[in-house]
Design a protein. Structure first.
Length: 310
């Protein structure tokens, strides 16, 4: 009888083992396959995919910064995907990019800047002529009003120069914090976080923040990184959102940071099927800029076709 008593807890333990095993299996469904993709660098398999709901602040910072480092390796040539040669062209192009693709803006702005190369030129333009040029970008009447309006403010209040301060940029018609940070970070080299739709979607998927207001997202994410990282971080996240972590069907099976992502499994997990979802240079397709940086071309990227090229 004494010998049989120890067996009861053993059987009880065995009885409890089954649900534990199922829970583990359910957990494994969130972990990326070992061979996530052949086209992008995969993160180490040993990484934990599902962070605890009560993830500490320190753990969150470490995970967020690791994701950024991984993306920097995948997109070392990340850059603004709007064609521009000076701050004026960048602020106009960024305003025009609302509710359309950077590609469509890049195909449209060459004609605009050829006819109106300076703020003074665009400020004095016939609105109907500008509307006709901007028609392909959508919402062309509102955009015409904004770009002519901001050009007038630049010409009258800033000597025809784009200001390099946030508080001045947001005074321009059609320019909010998102546009201002694009200009500050990429035309003036001043750090800023660009909270566009891709950025908002990804940082919530990664549980960097649960905020939905762009200004609160900017503050929450900015607190996780050194200020010097903000501009490149924005590029990395936005590029990942455009190429791999899509809104409707993320290419989870081709994602280089899948082992670090709490949302792994929301999209296609089969590596072969996921690879077919990749966009732009990751899918072997042209990028969004007609005149991309040389580093992008050196990495195998292809420039976009001009408007009307088919």
């Amino acid at each position: 009888m004494p010998a049989s008593k120890p067996k009861k807890p053993e059987r009880a333990a065995a009885g409890k083992a089954a649900p534990v095993k199922k829970a583990a299996a359910a957990g494994k469904a969130l972990v990326a396959p070992r061979k996530a993709t052949a086209s992008v660098k995969a993160a180490p398999v040993k990484a934990v995919a599902e962070p605890a709901r009560d993830e500490s602040r320190t753990a969150l910072v470490r995970r967020a910064r690791r994701i950024n480092r991984e993306l920097a390796e995948v997109f070392p040539y990340a850059h603004p995907e709007l064609d521009f040669e000076n701050p004026f062209q960048l602020v106009v192009a960024t305003v025009l990019s609302a509710q359309t693709t950077d590609l469509r803006v890049n195909q449209t702005t060459p004609a605009l800047f050829a006819k109106y190369p300076t703020p003074e030129d665009l400020a004095a333009a016939d609105p109907e002529e500008v509307e006709e040029i901007l028609r392909p970008t959508g919402f062309f009447r509102a955009k015409t009003k904004s770009v002519i309006g901001l050009s007038k403010v630049l010409a009258e209040d800033f000597g025809g120069e784009v200001p390099g301060r946030l508080e001045d940029l947001v005074k321009l018609p059609g320019v909010g914090r998102k546009t201002a940070f694009v200009v500050l970070g990429n035309a003036f080299g001043r750090p800023g976080i660009t909270v566009d739709t891709h950025f908002q979607r990804l940082v919530r998927r990664w549980r960097w923040t649960g905020e939905t207001d762009p200004d609160k997202i900017e503050a929450a994410v900015g607190a996780l990184f050194p200020k010097s990282d903000w501009t490149d971080l924005s590029h990395h996240v936005i590029w990942h959102g455009r190429r791999i972590c899509h809104a409707r069907k993320p290419a989870c099976g081709a994602c280089p940071i899948a082992p670090l992502c709490p949302a792994y499994g929301e999209g296609e997990t089969d590596p072969e099927k996921a690879r077919k979802l990749l966009k732009y240079e990751k899918g072997g397709l042209p990028g969004q800029r007609l005149n991309p940086p040389q580093s992008y071309l050196d990495a195998g990227g292809r420039p976009a076709p001009p408007l009307g090229a088919g």
